[in-house]
Design a protein. Structure first.
Length: 440
């Protein structure tokens, strides 16, 4: 009989998936490249590359013109909004495009800050990427008080009791990450959003790291804002913001005077990166097609059976099916990786390591060598692994408050291994063998 892990690891058609990503065929020093750097940006399928180049070849124009290529650009933007609306489960007019999540968050924080002053409070967390911290810290210049939700250092999870204790009738906004880009912790965002709304505060969710790993449903979350980056889920370098329609209409953006007041365009300043936005539709369609393909492939009586091809009448339905399969596969891969890492002497894994709680984490692993030697710092590990074709990250990944709290910032931060659904069992096993050789 197959084990649960083996069943999980056959949940996706990896041959079909990997064939769509040209970059995955590269080698380094004669070794096959293993892209374990997904948290810093995933690889893209050929359809995304084609969509970007096709736009530049055929339709490159600004918007609002009385001629064909401009009208094509208008239509392309509408298609991309519809695609992201399906991805997040919201209205197309609640989708805002921008250069990246950081820029969008700064823009929104300045607009929200227009109405704030002394006595008002914003709550941020020690676990977050700094892009969901510094834009809110900037409002201290207006007299706003920033409060911090602390973490449990033993497993890098939020201290929810501490967080709840710091939400009060002065709280105007709670900023929280859906998942930690450093240690993989998935936060109970729905419960946190309810706490924020209980005192009339806004809830601002950073879903950049969660985006490639789990289904996002802003309607079910009831968040006021959610931001993500398409280059983290197999698309181009762009940021996307969901904002509830009433907030996008009510708040006042800093913008140039000729720009329309229509929602959502009033939040998009200057000429957008049209060619990359063309790639957004392609990356969302890649995920939807993964769900359709996997549903055709898998006839087992599992949860995926709820989404048979006959039920794939909408892109959202196919996206739901895709993330069920992705979650199932990635967690099997993650279990294999964490089990193997735990057997290497002198390695410390940061974050949740209890298999009973793996549902609370993404397949993003941060680690360090205990009492490390010069050749075992996070940078040294990443360098040695890179020479063998394993692409990993070292440092703090902008989760600065976390590395400072865990007292690893001044000694190189972590080595981060980030799995996504195009990674393989063979890559995990080769990585474990390479790490064992380096550490021992």
């Amino acid at each position: 009989m197959p084990t649960t892990e083996n069943t999980a690891l056959t949940a996706l058609d990896l041959t079909h998936i990997r064939a769509q990503f040209p970059s995955l065929s590269q080698t380094v020093n004669g070794q096959p490249a293993a892209f374990l750097d997904g948290p810093g940006g995933t690889q893209v399928p050929q359809r995304v590359i084609d969509a970007i180049s096709d736009y530049l070849r055929r339709d490159n124009a600004n918007t609002g013109g009385a001629y064909a290529t401009s009208r094509h650009t208008d239509a392309m933007l509408a298609e991309a909004r519809a695609a992201m609306a399906d991805f997040l489960n919201c209205g197309a007019d609640e989708i805002v495009f921008g250069p990246n999540m950081t820029t969008l968050t700064y823009a929104m924080s300045r607009a929200i800050g227009r109405d704030l002053g002394p006595g008002d409070e914003i709550l941020v967390t020690r676990l977050d990427h700094d892009a969901n911290v510094s834009p809110w810290l900037a409002l201290e210049e207006k007299g706003v008080t920033i409060r911090w939700a602390e973490i449990h250092e033993d497993n890098c999870t939020l201290d929810l009791a501490d967080l709840a204790s710091k939400i009060n009738d002065r709280t105007k906004l709670v900023a929280v990450g859906y998942a930690s880009n450093a240690v993989g912790t998935i936060n109970p965002v729905r419960a946190i959003i309810r706490l924020a709304h209980g005192v009339g505060a806004l809830a601002y969710v950073d879903a950049v790291h969660y985006g490639p790993h789990g289904l996002i449903d802003v309607a079910a979350l009831d968040c006021d804002f959610l931001v993500c980056s398409t280059y983290k889920f197999f698309g181009p370098h762009m940021g996307v913001l969901f904002g509830k329609r009433e907030h996008l209409a009510r708040l006042h953006p800093y913008k140039v005077r000729p720009l329309t007041e229509a929602v959502p365009n009033r939040w998009e300043w200057g000429t957008l990166n049209h060619e990359c936005i063309a790639g957004i539709t392609a990356c969302v369609d890649y995920i939807a097609d993964l769900g359709r393909h996997n549903s055709r492939k898998d006839d087992r009586p599992t949860r995926q059976s709820k989404a048979r091809p006959s039920a794939m009448s909408t892109r959202r339905t196919a996206i739901v099916a895709a993330f069920e399969a992705i979650h199932h596969y990635e967690h099997g891969l993650m279990e294999r990786l964490i089990t193997g890492l735990s057997q290497i002497p002198n390695l410390k894994i940061y974050g949740i390591t209890d298999p009973a709680r793996f549902a609370e984490r993404c397949p993003t692993i941060a680690l360090r060598v205990i009492n490390q030697h010069k050749h075992q710092t996070p940078l040294a590990l990443a360098t040695q692994l890179g020479e063998q074709g394993f692409f990993t990250w070292d440092g703090n990944y902008y989760a600065l408050n976390l590395t400072e709290r865990l007292d690893v910032e001044t000694s190189g931060g972590f080595l981060r291994i980030g799995l996504v659904h195009y990674n393989t069992v063979e890559e995990v096993d080769r990585l474990l063998a390479a790490l064992r050789r380096i550490v021992e």
